[in-house]
Design a protein. Sequence first.
Length: 283
Amino acid sequence: MANRNSASFAVLALFLYVATFGFVQLSLSHILVIVLRQISLLRPYGFESAFSLRRLVACLVVLWLLAIFYAAAFAPLTTVILDPRKAAGVCSYFSCQRPLIIIAIVLLAFLMMTVLLFYVTVAYKLYAASIQERLHNEPNVTKKKLRHFIIFGGHIVLYTLICSLLLAGAIIIQNNIWLFHKVVNSQNCLLVEYLNTMIRLETIAGGAVLLWMVRIAADVALLWVTEYRRLLPWISRNEPKMLPSSQHSRSDSLRWHRTPATFNCPVYTLERPTASGTSRIEN
């Protein structure tokens, strides 16, 4: 499709990187975060001891290795992009190119639906647990987890939107690769069809790469907006804090207050009626 010195190689190679390594690494990372939220709900007290920093780093390394190995499986297709003349000997269309592209499309759809359904399921479980805590008058600790999980849903919505467009682009590219194969192996000189197919391939692949870059920038911006207190802890220290309210709480208002003792003043004079009038007796 291209050669070392053309822009087609760079654009198509970047699209192949996005559709293989980039997509798989991002999908598995989202699944890992959702699994951690699920485990923190089921085992809230043993979560920190079960998942230490070392184990989390090991999980991330495994995710990256899986994404690298998956992308390495598309090395024959990369060779065809680099030099189409080697397609017959290295990776022909029907035996290699088409199966690899179909696998990439199926995995795109499968991982995208898995992440979306998994997120909705865990969010519903967190919501149900929060409702149960409120009904049983228990400390509603799940409500805070649910709030953070809903904020994390912004990344999932962005992921679903971009990956849906990426999936549509991969399907269109598969169709154009089939047209390119027919044009190249045709006995006639179909120069116009060849140029049109190459332009469509470069345009769609370039648009997919551009969308992926937009997703990266949007993810970073969303992370800074929602988690700036954790990323920059000194900002939250300088924020003004509310003073405690001077009003009595409900428990204080319902609490029994002892009535202070009252003392009557002594009577120093006493008036008593007599026959001649009133007389005053002094103590």
